[in-house]
Design a binder for this molecule. Structure first.
Ligand code: CO
Length: 136
C-alpha cells in the first residue's frame, strides 16, 4: 500500500454566485480569501480560504456546460468534493485501481496552485467525489 493521506487539502463547495458567496463566508466564518484562480480545463473559478493547513474552496461555474455548472443544475449548490493531500497522486491512483476503484482520472493532471490532481468516482467512495492533491 503506497497511498498515504497527508492531510485534508480542501473541501470543494459549489456556489451559484461566487462573489456573494465569498462575502458570505467572510461575514459568517471570519475567513479571508487567500487565492483566486480560473482553472480552464475544469471550467471553474475558485476562491480559497485557508483554515489551518487546509482550505475551503468555493467553486463557481464558468459556464452551464462545465462539470460544476452541471452539478449546480442537477444537485444545486453545496458540498461538491473532498480533496485529500497525498505525496504521490500517480501511486495513489495505482493503489486505488488495484483495489477496483472507479477513477475519473486515470492519470494525474494539473490543478490550481501548481498542484497535480486526480478525481475518484463517488461510486467507489460511498457517494463522495474524492480528489487527490499533490503539491509540488
Ligand atoms: Co478541488
Amino acid at each position: 500500500m503506497t497511498i498515504h493521506l497527508v492531510d485534508i487539502d480542501h473541501v470543494g463547495i459549489a456556489v451559484e454566485d461566487l462573489e456573494s458567496s465569498v462575502e458570505h463566508y467572510r461575514t459568517m466564518l471570519g475567513v479571508e480569501p487567500v487565492h483566486r484562480e480560473r482553472v480552464e480545463d475544469q471550467g471553474v473559478d475558485e476562491v480559497l480560504f485557508a483554515v489551518g493547513s487546509s482550505f475551503i474552496q468555493l467553486l463557481g461555474a464558468v459556464g452551464p456546460d462545465s462539470p460544476v455548472g452541471r452539478s449546480l443544475a442537477t444537485r444545486g449548490p453545496g458540498l461538491h468534493h473532498v480533496a485529500y493531500r497525498v505525496r504521490d497522486v500517480a501511486g495513489a491512483l495505482d493503489d486505488l485501481s488495484a483495489h477496483g476503484a472507479r477513477l475519473v482520472d486515470r492519470a494525474p493532471r494539473p490543478g490550481s496552485r501548481n498542484t497535480l490532481i486526480a478525481f475518484v468516482h463517488p461510486r467507489s467512495m460511498g457517494g463522495v467525489l474524492v480528489e487527490l492533491v499533490q503539491t509540488r
